[in-house]
Design a protein around this ligand. Structure first.
Ligand code: ZN
Length: 453
């Protein structure tokens, strides 16, 4: 049987995000099966006979956004009262005991809620960083992979880890850390079971020790060795706060970046969450090695952490992508809103000319895709995966808007109208087609209340 053919036509503006290409009016996109086959302006070629036509009149069409950092389980602890006004370390210490109550069902529910939010805001690929494995809870990542499959999102779960508890000078309590042996064995199991290196893959695994203050240096090194043996990427939190910098200097006698280098992580298969406190020489060093950074503006503002040097890192050669970060420090998974935050924060730090709206969209598409080591997502072009977001500008908040693409960021962030992932329509008229959301929200609320009580 021939693959299903879908035509998106009449787009008000089509921004393909192909580097160098400018957005076009009256755009069309031809999709065959899971891949894009043709893109252009005006009428699609007569030779293309679609089974399904999506009329994008009045809509802005973009590649689906790619989220490079999240902790989906944290949707269960949004706006947690004891952690409302804390900086990172106090915030973590307040939340660890609550998070210690997660299990497979809590992970399934929280993943579905976070992924639904992401998809409804135009996101088609997400990572997750799950680093907390209470005793006996060994199938948490399996649970979120099955949630991703059910809801239809492209998924890059990272197998997180914590091995350094309070009694060994780390930050987390003993009940949520694992031994290095348990961590490495489970990392290998997950890669063998789920990692798909093929183009347009729906699931890829990466390995992700949590941070310098929650794992041992040996585990950082051994994780890098395993990742390279298996051909998967590396991810961790780095240089998020001044507290972390002080911790590294006191504990290891070096700054976070030197710590990373000594662990063998300074390569282009690594992307870091946050990456705020780098000096000029460190920015240059990261760029030279092609280390990626997941910029998380809302979380950084919420925790008062600092401002990532996005433009400097890009100039130095680092891919910079966008991440919503976990929902206990954002506390939302709205990717379009996050693109807006990145634009506003960069302009606040460096002036109104420091970032154009198109450049902010590039962070969430091509930049994020590069962080994940992918060139088959984040662009609308022949041969790329058919992950496409359509935003309608019919809403109240866009009335009177001039430039449609700019309006999407400068006006109030909206829900996506239609979303395609892997060539499949997963959102229509702002409603999720793949799962029934109401019972999930109800069960999620209940579980959250049980955990925080
Ligand atoms: Zn994080």
């Amino acid at each position: 049987m021939d693959p299903k053919r879908t035509l998106i036509t009449n787009a008000l503006v089509l921004a393909t995000m192909v580097p160098g290409a400018t957005p076009v009016r009256d755009g069309y996109v031809c999709i065959e099966g899971a891949l894009i086959s043709d893109v252009g302006s005006g009428d699609a070629p007569d030779s293309f006979h679609p089974d399904d036509v999506i009329d994008a009149r009045g809509m802005v069409v973009l590649p689906g956004f790619v989220n490079t950092h999240h902790h989906l389980y944290q949707t269960l602890t949004r706006a947690y009262p004891p952690a409302l006004d804390c900086e990172l370390f106090d915030w973590l210490v307040a939340l660890y005991p609550v998070w210690a109550k997660i299990d497979e069902e809590a992970v399934r529910l929280s993943a579905l809620v976070g992924m639904a939010e992401l998809m409804l805001s135009g996101c088609t690929t997400t990572t997750d960083h799950l680093y907390l494995f209470p005793r006996g809870k060994t199938r948490l990542i399996d649970a979120e992979i099955s949630a991703a499959h059910a809801i239809g999102i492209r998924f890059h779960p990272t197998r997180g880890s914590m091995s350094l508890s309070e009694k060994d000078g780390g930050l987390p309590p003993d009940s949520v850390v694992q031994t290095p042996d348990e961590i490495l064995r489970d990392s290998e199991r997950l890669i063998d079971a789920y990692h798909d290196p093929a183009p347009a893959a729906m699931v890829r695994i990466a390995l992700a020790p949590c941070s310098p203050f929650s794992v041992t240096q040996e585990l950082m090194r051994d994780t890098a060795t395993l990742a390279r043996e298996k051909g998967v990427r590396l991810h961790t939190h780095l240089a998020e706060t001044r507290d972390e910098e002080r911790y590294c200097l006191e504990k290891f006698g070096v700054r976070p970046i030197e710590y990373l280098e000594r662990a063998g992580w300074m390569r282009e298969d690594t992307w870091l969450a946050h990456g705020i406190f780098f000096d000029d020489a460190e920015v240059e060093r990261l760029g030279r090695h092609g280390v990626g950074v997941a910029h998380c503006p809302s979380s950084n503002m919420r925790l008062g952490s600092g401002i990532c040097r996005v433009r400097d890192l890009q100039s130095a050669g680092s891919p910079v992508g966008l991440g919503v970060d976990g929902s206990a420090s954002n506390d939302s998974s709205h990717m379009l809103a996050e693109v807006r935050q990145s634009l506003l924060l960069t302009r606040l730090a460096h002036g109104a000319r420091a970032m154009k709206t198109r450049e902010a969209f590039a962070l969430a598409t091509t930049g994020s895709a590069a962080c994940l080591g992918r060139d088959d997502i984040g662009q609308i072009a022949p041969g790329k995966a058919a992950d496409v977001a359509l935003f309608s500008l019919e809403d109240l908040g866009y009335s009177g808007a001039g430039d449609p693409l700019a309006a999407l960021l400068l006006c109030q962030p909206t829900r996506v109208h239609t979303l395609l992932i892997h060539g499949r329509r997963v959102v229509e008229q702002g409603r999720l087609l793949t799962i029934e959301l109401d019972p999930i929200i109800e069960a999620h609320r209940k579980r959250s209340a049980e955990m925080i009580s």
